[in-house]
Design a protein around this ligand. Structure first.
Ligand SMILES: C[S@@+](CC[C@H](N)C(=O)[O-])C[C@H]1O[C@@H](n2cnc3c(N)ncnc32)[C@H](O)[C@@H]1O
Length: 291
């Protein structure tokens, strides 16, 4: 029987975005929200059992303290698998993103494929909702997809750093990129991305690499997309810049609106200029062009 490990914490609902940002940066696979009668919000953030949960627990509490998020209880728990994940997968219906994409969830194990919406000219991306981030339901992913549909030109090349489910790399391939690389430090994500690549007929167009950007050698893409956290984007910013050839675009997402200025501060000292800023709710995506 499988077991799930999760961190359970309660805090004021206004702090949800910031607390979720911290949990995603710590590698959570999914967050359940449960409003309490007291007016507080209780969340359960699920983690891979292989992760060092005690350190994650400590780190979450430290980062919440630094961000001024009051925690009313924060514990690590173990739950023996009920059917929640299966049910969640089966509930997902196809949905559209931007002007060009339709995400079609499918369930490989039970051979369930979401019903198509009948919007003939949309590009369909089949994604199996899984433990890898990138089902297409999160705003940060949607902003990247909107940036790609707006700017990526057929025949170009694209590098997706932190590929998760592979959704952005697959999107780039389906928009006509001739060579795409998706990399991720999480072996499970890379495995799932590769399976999603097969399901979407990506063939040899997309290569999946386990590891950070450095693991992808001798590849200077026309587009580099990274949906990470502000801390990771700051850390990797200069490596991203070096990777880009003149005229190439850098698309960074995973930034809460107020965090965008931190990346902008770095960018002003770089060879990049701001091409566009996309926003969705609390989230900002920055699109830069290398001079
Ligand atoms: C927020 S998810 C983005 C997934 C997908 N690209 C999307 O937009 O939905 C971030 C992913 O980055 C990966 N990641 C974290 N740090 C990384 C690093 N330094 N290099 C490469 N991947 C990293 C995580 O394992 C996770 O799968």
């Amino acid at each position: 029987m499988k077991q799930w490990n999760y961190l359970q914490a309660s805090f004021p609902p206004d702090d949800l975005d910031e607390a979720s940002g911290i949990l995603w940066s710590l590698g959570t696979n999914g967050i359940e929200e449960d409003p309490l009668r007291s007016g507080k919000l209780r969340i359960k953030a699920y983690f891979d059992p292989l992760q060092d949960l005690q350190s994650l627990h400590r780190e979450f509490k430290t980062q919440c303290r630094q961000a001024g998020i009051p925690l009313f209880g924060c514990t690590l728990r173990v739950q023996v698998e009920r059917d929640w994940f299966k049910k969640w997968r089966q509930q997902l219906q196809p949905f559209t993103i931007g002007r060009r994409f339709q995400i079609v969830p499918f369930d490989r194990e039970n051979k369930i494929q979401g019903r198509l919406l009948g919007e003939g000219d949309r590009i369909q991306i089949c994604i199996e909702p899984s433990m890898a981030f990138g089902a297409g339901t999160h705003e940060t992913t949607q902003l990247c997809l909107e940036a790609l549909e707006r700017y990526l030109t057929p025949g170009s090349t694209c590098l997706d750093v932190g590929t998760g489910s592979g959704i952005l790399a697959i999107a780039a391939a389906k928009l006509g990129a001739r060579k795409v690389v998706g990399c991720d430090i999480d072996p499970i994500a890379v495995e799932i991305a590769a399976l999603n690549g097969v399901q979407n007929g990506c063939g040899a167009t997309v290569r999946w690499v386990l590891g950070e950007l450095e693991k992808v050698r001798r590849f200077k893409p026309g587009y580099l997309v990274a949906n990470l956290t502000v801390e990771l984007i700051e850390q990797e910013f200069w490596k991203f810049e070096q990777r880009l050839k003149p005229g190439a675009l850098l698309i960074v997402s995973g930034l809460l609106n107020h965090q965008a200025r931190r990346v902008e501060r770095l960018r002003r000292r770089s060879s990049l200029s701001l091409k566009r800023r996309l926003k969705k709710g609390e989230w900002t995506c920055l699109i830069y062009v290398r001079s």
